[in-house]
Write a protein that binds this ligand. Structure first.
Ligand SMILES: [Cu+2]
Length: 394
C-alpha cells in the first residue's frame, strides 16, 4: 500500500538557508511506500523533442536541479530509474542519458563539494544493497536530482516522466552498517571540467589525494570514456597498486564498461588510512591517429565504511569550493544564463557533462548487485570482471 506522505505542495523544506538552491523545479512528487520500504520520486512532465542520432553533447537536453526532501529516517540501500508516460507505460530507457542525485546536507569524503548520492547512466543496472547496510539518511535532508535527456526515438515525446525508486531500510529496530559514497576523479575541478584530451597512443592522468578520516572500501567501480584502458587506485607513498579496474573494450577501443571490484567486509575490505597519500590513475590507449578534445574522463566510485561515522567531514557552506560546486549545478547555470539575457532557455548542454557534477554520483557503480557473491568470493578476483587487486594490501 502506498502512503502519500509528501506531495509537491508539502515539499517546502525547513527554512532554506541563504545559499540554498532556489526551489523552482515544478512537478516533483515524493511518495513513501512504507510496506515495501521504498520511496518513489516522480518528476515531469518533460517535453522531449526528437533529436538526431549522433551522440554529441549539444544534442542533449539537461533538466534543472529538482529539489526534494528525504522523507524518512532510514538508510538508502538501492535505487532504480525508469522513464514513463502519463499513463504509466515505460518509455525507452535510452532517452535518459544520465541522472545525478545530490545531497545538499552532506559533504563528499574527498572533495569539499556536496554529496553525490546516487547516479544513473545508460549502462547502469539497478542497485540494491543487502538490507544490512546502507547510506544513513534523515527526514528533511535536502536532496536534488538533475538529468540529461536524449530522445533519439525519432518522435517527439510530449510528456515524459522520470520515476526514481529509492529503497530504504527504516532506522528503527534495525542494525545497519553505514556505507558512504566514495568518489575520486583523475581530473576533478570543482565547478569546472573533469574531461581531458585523449591523444593518439598511450596516455595517463592521475590525481593524488588524502582522506580526512580512516575507513575501508568494501567495493569499487569506475567510469571511463572511449579509448580508456584501466583505472587504478594506488598507494602513492609506495606506488603499490591497491586495485585495478579494467575497461571492457571492443575492437576499436570503444568502452563497453568498467570492471567492478568487491573487496568484502571486515578483514577483506581495503583499509584506507587518514592523511595518507593515495592516487587514482586513468590509463588511455587510443588506437587512432586523432586527438579527442575533452574526450577523456576517469573516476572511481565506491562504498566506504568509515571507522567512525561521527567523524565524517562537515559540509562547510562558507567554503568557496562548496559554494562554487553548488553554484555550478544546472539550475544555477540556467539562472545565470537568464540573468545574462541569454536566449529564452539559456540551456548550455555542455555544462552538464563538463561540470564537476556530471557522473560524480556516489552510488552509481557501487558494486551492489554483486554483493550476494561476496561471501563465496572473499575478495578474490571478481569472476565477472577483469579487475585485479594486490594480494597483500596493508
Ligand atoms: Cu563521463
Amino acid at each position: 500500500m502506498v502512503t502519500l506522505l509528501f506531495a509537491a505542495a508539502a515539499l517546502a523544506a525547513p527554512a532554506p538557508r541563504p545559499h540554498a538552491v532556489p526551489v523552482a523545479a515544478p512537478h516533483i512528487e515524493v511518495r513513501v511506500d512504507s510496506a515495501q520500504s521504498r520511496i518513489i520520486v516522480t518528476a515531469g512532465p518533460f517535453r522531449l523533442p526528437a533529436m538526431d542520432a549522433h551522440m554529441d553533447m549539444s544534442n542533449m537536453a539537461p533538466s534543472e536541479v529538482m529539489p526534494f526532501a528525504w522523507p524518512v529516517d532510514g538508510y538508502l540501500r538501492g535505487f532504480n530509474v525508469r522513464m514513463r508516460n502519463a499513463a504509466g507505460d515505460s518509455l525507452p530507457h535510452e532517452i535518459l542519458h544520465h541522472l545525478i542525485g545530490v545531497n545538499f546536507d552532506r559533504r563528499q569524503l574527498v572533495y569539499p563539494a556536496v554529496e553525490r548520492l546516487f547516479g544513473w547512466g545508460a549502462e547502469t543496472e539497478p542497485v540494491e544493497l543487502p538490507s544490512s547496510m546502507g547510506v544513513p539518511m534523515h527526514i528533511g535532508e535536502k536532496l536534488g536530482m538533475y538529468a540529461m535527456f536524449h530522445n533519439e526515438t525519432g518522435k517527439d515525446i510530449d510528456a515524459a516522466y522520470l520515476e526514481v525508486t529509492l529503497l530504504y531500510t527504516p532506522s528503527k529496530d534495525h542494525d545497519v552498517l553505514t556505507v558512504m559514497p566514495f568518489y575520486v576523479d583523475v581530473n576533478n575541478h570543482i565547478g569546472g571540467v573533469t574531461t581531458f584530451d585523449v591523444p593518439p597512443g598511450k596516455s595517463s592522468h592521475s590525481y593524488q589525494f588524502e582522506l580526512p578520516i580512516a575507513g575501508r572500501l568494501v567495493g569499487i567501480g569506475g567510469h571511463i570514456h572511449d579509448y580508456g584502458s584501466s583505472l587504478e587506485l594506488e598507494d602513492a607513498s609506495t606506488g603499490k597498486v591497491l586495485a585495478r579496474l579494467k575497461a571492457r573494450r571492443d575492437h576499436d577501443g570503444h568502452v563497453e564498461g568498467v570492471g567492478r571490484f568487491i573487496f568484502g567486509f571486515n578483514s577483506d575490505a581495503l583499509r584506507l588510512q587518514a592523511h595518507h597519500p593515495y592516487r587514482v590513475v586513468a590509463e588511455y590507449d587510443n588506437p587512432t591517429t586523432e586527438t579527442f578534445k575533452d574526450g577523456g574522463m576517469g573516476h572511481i566510485n565506491g562504498a566506504f565504511v568509515p571507522d567512525d561515522d561521527t567523524a565524517w567531514p562537515k559540509l562547510d557552506l562558507a567554503d568557496p569550493l562548496v559554494k562554487r560546486d553548488i553554484a555550478t549545478l544546472p539550475i544555477m547555470s540556467d539562472m545565470n544564463a537568464h540573468l545574462a539575457g541569454a536566449a529564452s532557455h539559456g540551456h548550455k548542454p555542455n555544462d552538464a557533462h563538463a561540470g564537476s557534477s556530471a557522473g560524480n554520483a556516489g552510488m552509481r557503480d557501487m558494486p551492489m548487485s554483486d554483493m550476494p557473491n561476496m561471501k563465496a568470493d572473499h575478495g578474490q578476483h571478481d569472476p565477472k570482471t577483469d579487475s585485479t587487486r594486490s594480494p597483500d594490501h596493508p
